[in-house]
Ligand binder design. Sequence first.
Ligand SMILES: Nc1ncnc2c1ncn2[C@@H]1O[C@H](COP(=O)(O)OP(=O)(O)OP(=O)(O)O)[C@@H](O)[C@H]1O
Ligand SMILES: [Mg+2]
Length: 452
Amino acid sequence: MNNLTPRKIVGELDKYIIGQQSAKKAVAIALRNRWRRQMLSGDLKDEILPKNILMIGPTGVGKTEIARRLAKLAQAPFIKVEASKFTEVGYVGRDVESMIRDLTGLALNMVKTEQMEKVQEKAQALAEEKILNLLLPPPRSQRKISISNSSELGDEDKHNYNETREKLRTQLRNGKLDNRYIDLEVREKVVPFGVISNIGMDELEINLKEMLGNFLPEKAKKKKVKIPEALLIIKQEEANKLIDMDKVVREAIERTEQNGIIFIDEIDKIVARGSSYGPDVSREGVQRDLLPIVEGSTVSTKHGPVKTDHILFIAAGAFSAAKPSDLIPELQGRFPIRAELDALGKDEFLRILLEPKNALIKQYTALIETEGVNIKFTDDSIEEIASTAALVNEKTENIGARRLHTILEKLLEDISFDAPERKDGDMKIDAMYVKDKLNDIIKDEDLSRYIL
Ligand SMILES: Nc1ncnc2c1ncn2[C@@H]1O[C@H](COP(=O)(O)OP(=O)(O)OP(=O)(O)O)[C@@H](O)[C@H]1O
Ligand SMILES: [Mg+2]
């Protein structure tokens, strides 16, 4: 984080997102400010609150992408939620506090994974011993040694036993035992049949299972598994025993509070439209529910209370029908940084096709290459794809860079289908080919509405 200056952050984002410099700059500064705050101590540190960001721009121009890449960079707990999915407290649906609970859960997994990583070696060693015990149970009397001290087992037997065990260990490590099965006792939480499985709502089911998790009876079950799998299972169990869950929870909460980032997508969808009846009441209700969370309050989660004061919120919306000023004033004020994203045109498309690390042309080329066919896009073909995308966006609906996906899919449909049977390894795609494949569709506006 130390070296992650705003300029570097923008540089990293540039690898994936074309243009949109002002939005990149805004998020880079926000991220850097969190680090700056960490450097402070005392009262001031608590006083400095994050400046939340509102990204405004048409669909498909990189809003979500920027947020996603940012979170990766920050290695911070990050979730993306859709504002339109929430309902006012008291209505059926998800209440806004659930985003904090989700974020905490995510941070918990993050910290736990890190801790598990740290105890890997130890857990591996323990698991190996356990497997060896299962394969070659230690002689009774030897186990008694520590208690009674009077060994009935002669030195020679002990020596033999140890020798066999070491031989087995070598075999185990060399994978010689990979095809053998052993009986393993696994503990499973028993979900009372019929109570939960009939509800059919995934989320509810998961929540219930989570809630009931600690109360469900555990059943030990014998299972036949291959040794490598058994090793994994035992290793997991041992690792779980080795980590200090209290510490994990504490750190997870700390991380959520200090570094958490919540991306609220589609915020324009919770704008009430004019009159105040019908579902609009509930939308404004969602905005009101959001206020305390964005401003800073304490949300209780199953891991403990979580303060939201320092969580960074990035909201985004196309705001085509509504304006940011249609949000309730209190909420507007809580997103002081406004970043506007530009609509994309042919020039941007050209770059999006080629430049990002995960550029679409690279993706498709690599996919087809797995079939032994090398497709080569000529410069004029890329040019043609970009201008087609821009044209279709203009003539039908502007869906931004997503148009490139639909166009490429259509363009490569035949190649994709035939690739496994093609014997000649190379294939050139030029402007003619692009025109040939797409012209008929583009000419017919109605057809393009359906296909592209
Ligand atoms: N400026 C850009 N540079 C590179 N790729 C982009 C850019 N804008 C959009 N894309 C690509 O287009 C797709 C859609 O972008 P994204 O999800 O960021 O749209 P969005 O702005 O969040 O739209 P919406 O308002 O519909 O949520 C993604 O695959 C993304 O990688
Ligand atoms: Mg989006």
